[in-house]
Design a protein around this ligand. Structure first.
Ligand code: THU
Length: 133
């Protein structure tokens, strides 16, 4: 399966590589993310924890906000890598809906076994800017 010029397998591999950079000394739950932009560029993220736990940033939001900072606004797909193939948290789903509502989402475990879904399926009946009338 392909997503633009970067295949799903390649994006998953990038998320797995990003996971190696996770700073997770408290939970020891390393997460990596790789966002694919429409121009073919890939933006990486990993979770970055903090001794003040709520200051922790999830891998997905690191990648998605970095994409914005790199002027990548047309986002095609995101791959998320954890040890066990865990699903993105609610806050990350909300940010996906904001910044990449049409993204395909690949969720992989550490072995590279991934499943495919969409932001829409992860967050049905979403709240977006269109609701702010
Ligand atoms: N985490 C993510 O990076 N993404 C998610 O979608 C779920 C949770 C991180 C936050 C924290 O560093 C660790 O996983 C355990 O919650």
């Amino acid at each position: 399966m392909s997503a633009g010029r970067v295949t799903a397998e390649e994006l998953v591999a990038q998320a797995l590589a990003a996971r190696q950079r996770a700073y997770a000394p408290y939970s020891h739950y390393a997460v990596g993310a790789a966002v694919l932009a429409a121009d073919g560029s890939v933006i990486l993220g990993c979770n970055v924890e903090n001794a003040a736990y709520p200051a922790t940033i999830c891998a997905e939001r690191v990648a998605l906000t970095s994409a914005v900072a790199q002027d990548k606004r047309d986002l095609v797909a995101i791959a998320v890598a954890t040890e066990n193939g865990g699903s993105p948290c609610g806050a990350c789903r909300q940010v996906m809906a904001e910044l990449g509502p049409r993204m395909t989402v690949y969720i992989t475990n550490a072995a590279g076994d991934y499943r495919t879904t969409t932001v829409r399926d992860l967050l049905p009946d979403w709240f977006t800017g269109e609701d702010l009338v």
